[in-house]
Design a protein around this ligand. Structure first.
Ligand code: ADP
Length: 631
């Protein structure tokens, strides 16, 4: 065999290392992974065959075959699916395509032994899991479109490299042969194989077959025993979603979920229904308990599997669900779509649109129901997926209020670990409160004592405390809830303190001078309706981003224009009387110095850096000295 030896990518090496040396439970999943790959390969070939009849002829009847050779100590999983070319073998079996692989490996290293299989499941290591039970793996594969016997042979002992070379293969498809480790020979046992297949791959649509050897009594000569070999199908191949929900025990639902999601944990919720009318389809959907690895990455594959009349069309049909519900797993089986539906057709298909609308409503309704009747499960679900669900407020304007109803919040009034929601918030609003208020940050000392909340504290108004990166944008998009405007406590004008209104005019000249002095820094100086104790604070204008948010977006490399903010002063604070007196006495230098100090103080209060800390420190020291001189 003409061949070459190639190095695995670093990530693959590390992954293999972890898998070989630190995974001791659930090793049997390797078989599920290989069968699942084989089944995907057949689906792809079948899809190609719709437009290329020759493929069907070459491949024959779709089948996954398991062969155990006790003599050689090998277990082989074969399929007659799509196969791989030389370049595909190198790309698919020499690298890991997942983004976030590095972080995943880090997490694996730090995780407890017992948590590792779960992590592996969420990441989906697939093919490489073979090396948990084998010390050598050989793959022989021929592309279904290849008209000659030309095939590729890949082999590795997981020592950092692999070989690839050209061989011949009679039929298209892939044979994966595991040379089992001495201590893993149990996987050659017929009953062990049956067990694992039934446990993890029972729902695979294609037959998983094995030649079963039996000794039988010879019918002609009862004293003689003869050996027979019969091909047996090991999986039931039942499409669980087409059964009546009343006939499906919870365990079966959960098993199927684990099979399709590669998760080890049971789902938080099963949604199984049949839609009839304008569009006929069956949906079996799952809400997971735990966020799968990589769900926050752009490359995360979203959408349930799409079947048309029991035939799998696509692994992930993203047109079936909005992105903000990307945590939903499952299957949609439609009776209306054509079997040869292509990705282009899906883009603008009326049936798909109808299904998407229907499924979206169903998922949101289910979440609302869960929040009402199974609150603890909902809270834990929300902890995992709330951040993603919220995106819907931005993207799905029509369902904004429905999604808003699903949000949970900490607030200045919730106990640690407890939450409120918009409906309860509005119901608890005291007489006189007209708007819903929020601030960015956890309800800790810093936030609870924040000068921005002074007037709210005084009036006893609750303020929602938001901690997700997108919260500011989400609240700006939400605009209002049940007719109540949503308002940042740190932004825009707040008219809650009537005392401040009466002082209008008193400091007009002083404020005019301050505005002039700070014209490069702020766009306005005005009286504050939110301060009752502190002297001043900086606020963003209505509809603009919170400074915390601005910082966050910038740190993520996004272009955010820095807008000038507004300096609000508290007319009840004695410092302004003093400054007014300075102004009246023509001591403009002092007014200048005080204005600078106040502005810098406001920057510090909002958590920003001051431009010239040296000058600030000098000013403060000078004032301290002056203070010390006084008796
Ligand atoms: P995943 O299945 O999650 O993509 P794997 O590591 O199991 O990850 O497989 C990597 C890739 O190798 C697959 O996406 C597929 O392209 C290819 N592959 C694996 N097994 C087969 C097979 N039996 N037939 C064809 N291609 C395969």
């Amino acid at each position: 065999m003409a061949g070459e030896t190639l190095e695995f990518k670093t990530e693959v090496k590390e992954l293999l290392n972890l898998m070989i040396h630190s995974l001791y439970s659930h090793k049997e999943i390797f078989l599920r992974e290989l069968i699942s790959n084989a089944s995907d390969a057949i689906d792809k070939a079948r899809y190609e065959a719709l437009t290329n009849g020759e493929i069907l002829e070459r491949c024959g009847e779709w089948k996954i075959r398991i062969s155990a050779d006790k003599g050689a100590g090998t277990l082989k999983v074969s399929d007659n699916g799509i196969g791989m070319t030389h370049d595909e073998v190198i790309a698919e079996l020499g690298t890991i395509a997942h983004s976030g692989t590095r972080e995943f490996l880090e997490q694996m290293k730090q995780a407890q032994q017992k948590d590792r299989p779960g992590l592996i499941g969420q990441f989906g290591v697939g093919f490489y899991s073979s090396f948990m039970v084998a010390d050598r793996v050989t793959v022989v594969t021929r592309k279904a479109t290849e008209t000659t016997k030309k095939a590729v042979r890949w082999e590795s002992t997981a020592d950092g490299s692999y070989t690839v070379g050209e061989v011949e293969k009679d039929r298209p498809g892939t044979d994966v042969t595991l040379h089992l480790k001495a201590e893993e020979k149990k996987y050659l046992d017929e009953w062990e194989i049956r067990d694992v297949v039934r446990k993890y791959s029972d729902y695979i649509e294609h037959p998983v077959v094995m030649d079963i050897e039996r000794e039988k009594v010879d019918s002609a000569d009862k004293a003689k025993r003869i050996k027979t070999i019969e091909e047996e199908t090991l999986n039931s191949r039942k499409a669980i979603w087409l059964k009546e929900p009343s006939e499906i025990p919870a365990e079966e639902y959960n098993d199927f979920y684990k099979h399709l999601s590669h998760d080890f944990t049971d789902p938080a919720k099963v949604i199984h229904y049949r839609a009839e009318g304008t569009s006929e389809f069956t949906a079996l959907l799952y809400l997971p308990q735990k966020a799968p690895y990589g769900i926050m990455y752009r490359e995360y594959k979203i959408g349930p599997m799409l079947y048309v009349k029991r035939v799998q069309i696509m692994d992930h049909c993203e047109q079936l669900l909005p992105e903000y519900l990307r945590f939903v797993k499952g299957v949609v089986d439609s009776s209306d779509l054509p079997l040869n539906v292509s990705r282009e057709i899906l883009q603008a298909n009326r049936h798909i649109e109808v299904i998407k609308k229907n499924v979206t409503k169903k998922v949101l309704d289910t979440l609302a129901e869960m929040k009402k009747s199974d609150y603890d499960t909902y809270v834990s679900f929300y902890g995992q997926f709330g951040r993603i669900l919220k995106e819907g407020i931005h993207y799905d304007v029509a369902r904004k209020e429905q999604i808003a109803d699903l949000l949970l919040f900490s607030s200045t009034k919730t106990e640690a670990g407890k939450f409120t929601n918009l409906d309860d918030y509005v119901k608890a609003m005291p007489a006189g409160q007209e708007e819903i208020y929020y601030i960015l940050g956890k309800p800790d000392e810093n936030v609870l004592q924040s000068p921005y909340l002074e007037v709210f504290r005084k009036k006893g108004y609750e303020v929602l405390c938001l901690t997700d990166d997108i919260d500011d944008i989400i609240m700006i998009d939400l605009k209002e809830y049940k007719g109540k405007k949503v308002h940042s406590a740190a932004k825009g004008d707040i008219h809650l303190d009537t005392a401040a209104e009466t002082d209008k005019g008193k400091f007009e000249k002083l404020m005019g001078r301050m505005k002039e002095l700070l014209k490069e820094e702020v766009k306005d100086v005005r009286l504050s309706g939110r301060l009752t104790d502190s002297a001043c604070c900086l606020v963003a204008d209505e509809g603009e981003l919170d400074p915390q948010m601005e910082k966050l977006l910038k740190s993520m490399g996004q272009e955010v224009p820095s807008r000038k903010r507004i300096l609000e002063i508290n007319p009840q604070h004695p410092v302004f009387e003093a400054m007014q007196a300075m102004a009246d006495q023509g001591r403009d230098d002092a007014v200048k110095e005080y204005t600078g100090l106040l502005y810098n103080q406001a920057l510090l209060l909002e958590g920003s850096k001051i431009k010239d800390p040296v000058a600030f420190a000098r000013s403060v020291a000078k004032l301290m000295l002056e203070g010390a001189k006084r008796p």
